[in-house]
Design a protein around this ligand. Structure first.
Ligand code: NAD
Ligand code: ZN
Length: 267
């Protein structure tokens, strides 16, 4: 049955729905954590569709693969943004650390993320399927050669505003999946397989509106898993959710994992 969206917690009371979520999580043998840009906003990286999201100031059309390939000004802007960007200095927040705790307790062996920021790995989480690639590498769109992002950024720093592949002359791009670009089939296959295996799919900080990524939690539900959504704001899959925990990812995830595993101090 679809869950109603509870009112956000304004009084420091436990997040509404937490007790019910705990009942399912305690009985789960395998939890699939599925994360989006909202898990990283508390680390200072803006999301796309949240109240302070990138779409408030930037035309989404400039984030498509077609505009990257056809419009030099888009590429120049993206490389400049990367140089000035916050990815490399950003640190994991309480929500990323809570996910790591869940994994170390044996409950969430694999994490699926739409994020490209590497913060799950920085928080010590392993087996992270990065459906939309990674910002830590660059790749040539023609010969598919990959390199550490710093190699490409050094070229930009040296004045090459739109670096091209030194081997084949193709366009270089951060090794992330832009809108209109195909996902890596093997990653999507592994994520789908994990969705079928889990008892609970716990999504954190995603509008669940970007496809085909959102097919992962939908597949979990199709295979009898429960969908528990942690998000500030509505998602496209609210109607499929068994439960919605409305609130900040850092707060809700810390609360949830502490209730499940005990506080760090008490272990
Ligand atoms: P989204 O921008 O569509 O949705 C983020 C959701 O998280 C929104 O509903 C927002 O209200 C909510 N949110 C924001 N801060 C929150 C917080 N502290 N606690 C709880 N909820 C919070 O994000 P999406 O669904 O991941 O889709 C955007 C796409 O853009 C992704 O596919 C991703 O590849 C990419 N992206 C990645 C990053 C990153 O790597 N950090 C940042 C921006 C965009
Ligand atoms: Zn090349």
């Amino acid at each position: 049955m679809a869950a109603g969206r509870p009112e956000p917690d304004l009084n420091g009371e436990p997040t509404p729905g937490l007790a019910e979520a705990l009942t399912w999580l305690r009985h789960a043998r395998r939890i699939l954590v599925f994360t989006g840009a909202g898990i990283s906003t508390e680390s200072g990286i803006p999301d796309f569709r949240g109240p302070n999201g990138v779409w408030k100031t930037t035309d989404p059309q400039r984030y498509t693969i077609d505009s990257y390939i056809s419009d030099r000004s888009v590429r120049v802007e993206r490389w400049r943004a990367r140089l000035e960007g916050r990815f490399s200095s950003a640190q994991p927040n309480a929500a990323h650390l809570a996910v790591t705790r869940l994994q170390r307790a044996g409950l969430a062996p694999v994490i699926v993320t739409q994020n490209i920021d590497g913060l799950h790995q920085k928080a010590g989480t392993v087996n992270v399927i990065e459906l939309h690639g990674t910002s830590s590498e660059a790749m040539c769109l023609d010969c598919r050669r990959r390199m550490p992002i710093e190699v490409a950024l050094d070229r930009v720093r040296e004045g090459d505003e739109d670096p091209h592949c030194e081997l084949c002359g193709g366009l270089l791009k951060t090794a992330t999946i832009s809108f209109g670009q195909a996902l890596v089939a093997a990653d999507m296959d592994r994520a789908t397989e994990e969705a079928r295996r889990c008892d609970v799919c716990l999504t954190v900080g995603s509008t669940l509106s970007v496809w085909p990524a959102a097919a992962v939690p939908a597949e979990a539900v199709r295979h009898g898993g429960r969908l528990v959504i942690v998000n500030e704001g509505v998602t496209d899959l609210d109607g499929m959710a068994s439960l919605i925990l409305s609130g900040r990812a850092g707060t809700v995830m810390t609360e949830l994992v502490a209730a499940l595993l005990g506080t760090e101090d008490s272990r």
